[in-house]
Write a protein that binds this ligand. Structure first.
Ligand SMILES: NC(=O)c1ccc[n+]([C@@H]2O[C@H](COP(=O)([O-])OP(=O)(O)OC[C@H]3O[C@@H](n4cnc5c(N)ncnc54)[C@H](OP(=O)(O)O)[C@@H]3O)[C@@H](O)[C@H]2O)c1
Length: 296
């Protein structure tokens, strides 16, 4: 992709990027450069491997270079928060930044994870208001999703391997929307089973089931109690059909992996940087092609 772009780069071109550690498996360069090319914009999107101790220096340097902005991925999303000059309300609320705009020497932080998560549900006309949801995982993604579901008027039970984390998160969200979040103990099978039985939406926000460990994954949760009406949304997209999705489909549930979330969070970043409506279908196709070429 870069080779074909390089020969056209002129003096008016500007750079966008993604900072991660590691970053080489990121689908964002393929997805964002496909959008840039489709719209013939004088931009290029480049991956940068930046270790946690160099994050602050890297952001200052990229700002000094008058870059348009960057995406941040694991492990930088939370660490970047105090490095911003200003935060958009969602980023501020969830304490996570995945999109930075460099604006006249200032660093403005945004989070597009919530929108990325919600858009595929809206496209399916999934009724979130009043829905009973269960999130597995209380890390950065679980947190963004809990807030997105809270904003949408859903009720959410949250389960995490380390219970103190989900307990704290549920209490924090209940300060904003009283009574919407409940922490469940992973080991309390009776309580978890009851939550699964009445579940409209189950979200996996952990790396469980992700390649290359997808074959040996053991889901130590009563997944087979899910009703066939539940929708199961796995944030994992490598492999495309995860073990969780297979089990859920055995129960008659509809499922979706995390690729659309990835595409929509990237599309929203693109909109923030350029002010232009992103070519989402182009981005999704590029992400899929890149994913398939990595798997081949
Ligand atoms: N599709 C997308 O666009 C998208 C976007 C964001 C994230 N994701 C995916 O979502 C997952 C979580 O990302 P994140 O940013 O939230 O990561 P994170 O902040 O590192 O949190 C990881 C979460 O997974 C849990 N976990 C990790 N290993 C586990 C295991 N073996 N058994 C049970 N729980 C385990 C952790 O529990 P503890 O608290 O006990 O450590 C924590 O809740 C990753 O797979 C990531 O690739 C996808």
């Amino acid at each position: 992709m870069l080779d074909s772009i390089k020969s056209h780069i002129g003096g008016d071109w500007r750079v966008i990027g993604v900072l991660g550690y590691p970053v080489q498996h990121s689908l964002s360069p393929a997805m964002q450069n496909a959008a840039i090319q489709a719209l013939s914009l004088p931009l290029v999107y480049v991956p940068f491997e930046v270790s946690p101790e160099h994050l602050a220096t890297a952001l200052d340097g990229l700002s000094a270079l008058n870059m348009v902005g960057v995406n941040l991925t694991i492990p930088h999303k939370e660490a970047a928060v105090p490095l911003m000059d200003a935060l958009a309300s969602r980023a501020d609320r969830i304490g996570s930044v995945n999109t930075v705009v460099f604006d006249g020497g200032k660093k403005i932080g945004y989070s597009t994870d919530g929108i990325g998560f919600l858009t595929p549900l809206h496209e399916r006309r999934f009724q979130l208001k009043g829905a009973q949801c269960v999130i597995i995982g209380a890390g950065g993604a679980g947190r963004a999703i809990l807030y997105a579901l809270g904003e949408s008027g859903a009720s959410v039970s949250i389960i995490n391997r380390t219970p103190t984390r989900s307990e704290r998160l549920a209490a924090e969200v209940n300060q904003v929307w009283p009574g919407i979040a409940k922490h469940l103990e992973w080991a309390d099978k009776t309580e978890v089973e009851a939550a699964f039985r009445s579940c409209d939406l189950l979200v996996n926000a952990t790396p469980l089931g992700m390649a290359p460990h997808d074959k040996e994954v053991e889901w130590d949760l009563p997944l087979r109690t899910l009703p066939s009406t539940a929708f199961v949304y796995d944030l994992v997209y490598r492999p495309a059909k995860t073990r969780l999705m297979e089990i859920a489909e055995d129960c008659g549930c509809e499922t979706m992996n995390g690729l659309k979330m990835l595409v929509h969070q990237g599309a929203e970043s693109f909109r923030i940087w350029t002010g232009i409506t992103p070519p989402v279908a182009v981005m999704e196709r590029a992400a899929l092609e890149q994913l398939r070429s990595c798997e081949a």
